[in-house]
Write a protein that binds this ligand. Structure first.
Ligand SMILES: [Zn+2]
Length: 248
């Protein structure tokens, strides 16, 4: 690290659990962020400000006026632009050292497999079950840690599936594809603006912990948050021995 980096990351370096060694791991890391919306915004902002060396952001949508209530990586003058381009511009202004790769599409198939295989951590902030399951399958295949988050109305949830560990449950163990036919989307249900900030910030924290090898990630646990009462609880997750994705 040069002198400027030592200053930029000094408040991380001061933490004994992170230190220079942990910060160097972050600088050398590659994070894949699925979605540049409500969750992807705080995720990308914190990963970039914290110095994760390479961040790939995938999202096929354009910035819309209705996004700005909660998708804090986008500015009003970005309306009509690709979300990933808008996000890249904001992240570059915060930390020009970080390399941001913008993928302006809803990724799936082989492209997704390749992006996941190249990442050290995958953070899912997408808004639909089809993509969530595709991301999970790719993470199981490449044995990559997956930090999953969801937020709708006043309800949030976060879980880490550390698929480097063969005993870990996967997203499908928890939410079988057959179970949910309809997406519960913000467009119809509404979402409390800071809720996505809380959930996305927790996802960013878990991703940084996984990358730096710090603390105890939320692996195999589901954190449930009710923003109306601000009650949080964690539920232990079990691997489904009959899961067609991770137990095949
Ligand atoms: Zn599974």
């Amino acid at each position: 690290m040069n002198d400027e980096q030592l200053l930029r990351y000094s408040r991380h370096i001061l933490l004994s659990q992170i230190g220079i060694e942990g910060q160097e791991k972050l600088l050398a890391a590659h994070a894949l962020v699925i979605g540049a919306g409500g969750l992807g915004s705080p995720v990308a902002l914190y990963l970039a400000s914290a110095g994760v060396g390479r961040i790939t952001v995938c999202d096929g949508d354009d910035v819309d006026l209705t996004n700005l209530q909660r998708q804090i990586v986008h500015r009003t003058d970005a309306i009509g632009r690709k979300k990933v381009d808008s996000a890249r511009a904001t992240l570059a202004a915060i930390n020009p050292e970080v390399r941001v790769i913008a993928v302006p599409e809803r990724v799936g198939g082989e492209r997704l497999d390749m992006l996941v295989a190249d990442a050290d951590v995958v953070v899912d902030g997408c808004d639909n079950f089809a993509t969530r399951h595709a991301v999970n399958r790719a993470c199981v295949k490449s044995r990559k840690p997956l930090v999953s988050g969801a937020a709708v109305r006043f309800d949030g949830q976060i879980a880490v599936f550390d698929l480097r560990d063969r005993g870990s449950p996967c997203y499908h163990c928890l939410f079988p594809e057959e179970g949910e036919s309809e997406d519960v989307r913000c467009a119809v249900m509404g979402v409390f603006a800071p809720l996505v900030g809380i959930v996305g910030s927790i996802q960013a924290a878990e991703a940084l912990k996984v990358l730096a090898g710090v603390g105890e990630p939320l692996a195999g646990r589901l954190l449930l948050l009710d923003a109306l009462t601000m009650h949080m609880r964690t539920v232990k997750l079990q691997k489904d021995p009959a899961c067609p994705v991770c137990s095949a």
